[in-house]
Design a binder for this molecule. Structure first.
Ligand SMILES: Cc1cc2nc3c(=O)[nH]c(=O)nc-3n(C[C@H](O)[C@H](O)[C@H](O)COP(=O)(O)O)c2cc1C
Length: 180
């Protein structure tokens, strides 16, 4: 049985919902899945033992939020301690695949408020030799801020992600299992 881990950071629940639906889809596809919030994943080594590592955050000030950035930095430092400096051209290592996801609201400048966050996550994973299976941007309500949820660049985003969108995410996650 293929093994997957889903690690997420979530403050108001959007990213957790996406993480749970990704986990559900992977299970439907036949994977053994562990889901952990980043604070419970402190001692989890992403590099060993998983056919797929999924990692998701909300974009906060267009960056990776601190608890997730600290986790990724630790993985990076631990890797260098164990294997030495990152090799030139950072070859993809066998059995290292990652799916990255980012929830975002884009009230001020739209998706450009999420892209730097995703690209920064992507760089951690690519430097550690992961092949990126996919990167999912999930437009989500800015919970607790009515102006940013109704008057922003993305219009009225209350209630996002909807059940329909979450079901689509489940199906897409199930489809990923065939490439593991
Ligand atoms: C302090 C703060 C800063 C935020 N900064 C951004 C941002 O730079 N870009 C963006 O698209 N959304 C931003 N958001 C919105 C969140 O990324 C979005 O609502 C996300 O889905 C929240 O995820 P969570 O419910 O898992 O915490 C911000 C939200 C907060 C509370």
């Amino acid at each position: 049985m293929k093994k997957a881990i889903v690690i997420y950071c979530s403050f108001t629940g959007n990213t957790k919902k996406v993480a749970d639906h990704i986990a559900g889809g992977l299970r439907e596809g036949g994977c053994d899945v562990t889901v952990l919030s980043v604070k419970d994943a402190e001692n989890v080594d992403l590099l060993e033992g998983y056919d797929l590592a999924c990692f998701g955050v909300p974009s906060i000030n267009w960056s990776i939020p601190k608890p997730a950035a600290d986790y990724l930095r630790k993985q990076f430092n631990d890797y260098i301690k164990e294997y030495g400096p990152i090799q030139p051209c950072t070859p993809v290592k066998p059995n290292r695949k990652a799916l990255l996801f980012c929830t975002w609201s884009g009230p001020h400048t739209g998706v450009r408020e999420a892209v730097p966050c995703m690209l920064s996550m992507e760089q951690y994973f690519q430097h550690l030799g992961f092949a990126i299976v996919d990167e999912w941007y999930v437009l989500s309500e800015f919970v607790g801020n009515i102006a940013n949820s109704t008057l922003g660049r993305m219009g009225d985003i209350r209630g996002l992600p909807t059940e329909t969108e979450l079901e689509r995410i489940t199906q897409q996650a199930r489809n990923i299992v065939v490439c593991l």
